[in-house]
Design a protein around this ligand. Structure first.
Ligand SMILES: *[C@@H]1O[C@H](CO)[C@@H](O)[C@H](O)[C@H]1NC(C)=O
Length: 220
């Protein structure tokens, strides 16, 4: 009895604490359109643990794409969270491994406008054989995860519209059958095919100067 009680407390702690917390830039969050696409269980699970894994979100509605941003949709995101970026730019994610348990992970720029889980643009921007390894502490190149966005040639005319592309950190722990997806909305505020800045693009100016810097961007 005592042991059971202790065990459920442990389980509770597990659920509450989560696994890898992205401190910056801001990641996609749940909202009303997620409920419509994926169901209330997804919304509740993500609200309860923004760092959690998709297997906690069942059951899914048929329209849900859990393997793209945990099913979270651009339409639920506040505009100020969109990171306005340029091809070839360096970015950094600040991460706390709140419950380290290892497993492969990678970062990619994903075109979300194609069907299903989207399409990776270019190659993986970073890969790890053992992410948030156990025992900790995690290596600095994981907690200050730096990577370079694909080139203008690789991106082409994709990702110009906010909502089209995300930087996604995908982490799986095969031993535990847990899959994690953390998404940052990015918009390339310039016509990448010509290298000319786009005119009249909504959040280009404020986001690059204020928000993007505040959320941990590196400008090289
Ligand atoms: C990317 O990460 C996923 C999740 O852990 C893994 O299954 C896949 O093999 C990784 N791919 C690469 C190229 O690192």
């Amino acid at each position: 009895m005592r042991l059971n009680r202790w065990f459920s407390l442990l389980l509770l702690a597990w659920t509450v604490l989560g696994h890898a917390r992205i401190n910056s830039p801001p990641i996609r969050s749940p909202g009303g359109d997620l409920v419509t696409a994926c169901g209330q269980a997804s919304f509740n699970a993500i609200e309860r643990d923004p760092t959690g894994f998709i297997e906690e979100q069942v059951p899914f509605n048929a329209a849900c794409e859990p393997t793209l941003c945990r099913g979270m949709l651009f339409s639920d995101q506040p505009t100020e969270n969109i990171q306005v970026v340029t091809p070839g730019q360096s970015m950094e994610m600040s991460i706390d491994c709140t419950i380290p348990h290892g497993g492969p992970a990678n970062v990619s720029l994903v075109d979300t406008t194609t069907d299903g889980a989207g399409t990776i643009i270019g190659s993986f921007l970073k890969t790890f054989d053992d992410f948030c390894p156990k025992p900790g502490p995690a290596p600095l190149d994981q907690t200050s995860l730096q990577f370079t966005l694909p080139s203008a040639a690789e991106i082409g005319t994709r990702c110009e519209n906010p909502g089209d592309c995300v930087v996604q950190l995908f982490w799986a722990t095969p031993d535990l059958a847990q899959n994690y997806y953390y998404c940052v909305d990015v918009s390339f505020g310039a016509d990448t095919s010509t290298g000319l800045p786009a005119t009249g693009r909504l959040e280009a100016a404020p986001a690059t100067s204020g928000a993007a810097r505040r959320f941990g961007f590196l400008w090289f």
